[in-house]
Design a protein around this ligand. Structure first.
Ligand SMILES: Nc1ncnc2c1ncn2[C@@H]1O[C@H](COP(=O)(O)OP(=O)(O)OP(=O)(O)O)[C@@H](O)[C@H]1O
Length: 296
């Protein structure tokens, strides 16, 4: 006999143990193969994506993401990182295979919940709205209590260090500040899953490092799952609990690297030999893939 168990979205240890106990009973009564599935925030199951131009952006991409992880998608330009991320946000569907978020189609969650939020490389702020009003926008679109919405927006703006700029306009902000507003806007509705597509790529190195630290703080505080697209090996190692290295187009999963460096991560960590080892492993995985491609 073969039994599969999918625990509910919210990880509840006591329920899980009761489940295990009753399964054990079943097992003793005759089952011989029990699989307890982990809670998955996102699951790419054998996903392929062929655009109508004929471009194969993803090819049999298979990757589970557990709740609470910080995952980076690392890979060369055009390998399908954004395509994969956009599908998780319900912006595009697989040609074959399946993407689920908390076991459901992402379009359903986008329609019915605030569970998924997206931060793009460009902050995409509305120039005629103040910082506070930009962050309020998605909350207003969802309706709800005006006073509570305002409180929620102010609270996330405090979290990203912008509480003194509520009435400023985007033209008065630096690139780093604009990105902070964009992150605050994504966080305002307290998503469970934050999707980030090269959010720091256009920033100078110092601002990028500061925002990386702040993002890790927020991730820990909010207990979210983060999917983060980057080309940058150092950024991937510094931020991630796990790196999904993708091969050049058509995008496949080339390797998965568990980054077992402790959190909180300090900037000084970048000079540690263990950090360099992970950078070497991720770089080697990217290079091997390039070589494989050349010999095909
Ligand atoms: N809407 C589209 N129609 C046709 N082709 C597309 C579309 N979007 C992306 N592509 C192609 O699919 C491939 C993967 O694109 P994608 O943007 O997912 O890659 P990426 O890894 O995120 O690249 P980059 O790191 O340069 O942003 C590329 O060849 C791209 O040109």
């Amino acid at each position: 006999m073969h039994i599969e168990v999918q625990p509910s979205h919210t990880y509840d240890v006591s329920r899980y143990n009761i489940l295990k106990t009753s399964l054990l009973k079943t097992l003793l009564e005759g089952a011989n193969d029990v699989i307890i599935k982990k809670n998955h925030a996102v699951y790419f199951r054998n996903v392929s994506k062929i655009y109508n131009t004929g471009t194969v952006a993803l090819n049999h991409f298979d990757f589970p993401v557990e709740e609470g992880e910080f995952i980076s998608f690392l890979g060369p330009s055009g390998c399908g990182k954004s395509t994969a991320l956009r599908m998780v946000a319900g912006l595009g569907t697989p040609t074959s295979g399946e993407v689920t978020v908390y076991g459901e189609p992402p379009e359903e969650l986008i329609k019915n919940t605030n569970d998924i939020a997206f931060v793009f490389q460009d902050a995409n702020l509305l120039p005629w709205r103040s910082v506070l009003d930009n962050v309020l926008l998605p909350l207003e679109l969802r309706g709800g209590n005006k006073k509570e919405n305002k409180q929620a927006a102010i609270s996330v703006l405090e979290m990203v260090g912008l509480k003194d700029h509520l009435t400023s306009y985007p033209r008065q902000l630096s690139g780093g500040m604009k990105m902070r507003v964009s992150i605050a806007r994504a966080l305002a509705a307290r998503p469970k899953l934050l999707l980030m597509d090269e959010p720091f790529a256009a920033l100078d190195e110092i601002t990028r490092q500061t925002l990386q630290m702040e993002l890790l703080d927020i991730w820990k505080k909010e207990k979210m799952t983060v999917l983060f697209v980057t080309h940058n090996v150092y950024e991937a190692v510094f931020l991630s609990s796990k790196i999904a290295v993708m091969s050049a187009r058509p995008g496949r999963l080339s390797s998965v690297i568990d980054v077992n460096l402790p959190y909180p991560r300090e900037l000084g960590m970048r000079t540690h030999p263990a950090f360099s080892d992970y950078v070497d492993r991720a770089s080697a995985s990217l290079e091997n893939d390039e070589k494989r491609k050349e010999t095909v």
